[in-house]
Design a protein around this ligand. Structure first.
Ligand code: SF4
Ligand code: SF4
Length: 121
């Protein structure tokens, strides 16, 4: 069992969820986070931390949101497709977070990036 980051996180990334995770299982893509199900201990602490309700247990995932479970699995380090960096510290949300909050589920899915986050130095 695992928790899942859904489309509300896309182009948002408030990151308030990451500071409470006891096992550091949030990973960062360009415009969203994912939870690695191979690491998540299903403790539920992160769920109320997300201001846009992007985090949900896989047991409560609506049928129309099942693809987000696969997305979190596939694009976490354990999924083997990419190797995104772990994120454990809160940072500013993306400048697009207000606009992102108005999107439909289809728009969220069409805009999610599959590229690991890279710090610009
Ligand atoms: S708090 Fe919610 S929207 Fe913010 S980064 Fe975590 S999952 Fe994404
Ligand atoms: S349920 Fe617990 S272990 Fe899983 S991502 Fe949330 S805080 Fe981390």
């Amino acid at each position: 069992m695992t928790y899942v980051v859904k489309g509300e996180c896309v182009d948002c990334k408030h990151t308030t969820c990451v500071k409470v995770c006891p096992v550091d299982c949030f990973f960062e893509l360009e415009n969203t986070l994912v939870i690695d199900p191979a690491i998540c201990i299903d403790c539920a602490i992160c769920e109320p931390e997300c201001p846009v309700d992007a985090i949900v247990s896989d047991r409560k995932l609506a049928p129309e949101d099942q693809h987000w479970l696969d997305f979190n699995k596939d694009y976490s380090p354990s999924g083997g497709k990419i190797n995104p960096p772990v994120i454990t510290k809160v940072k500013d949300p993306m400048p697009t977070y207000e606009e992102a909050a108005k999107r439909t589920a289809d728009e969220q899915w069409s805009k999610v990036s599959r590229i690991p986050f890279k710090e610009i130095t």
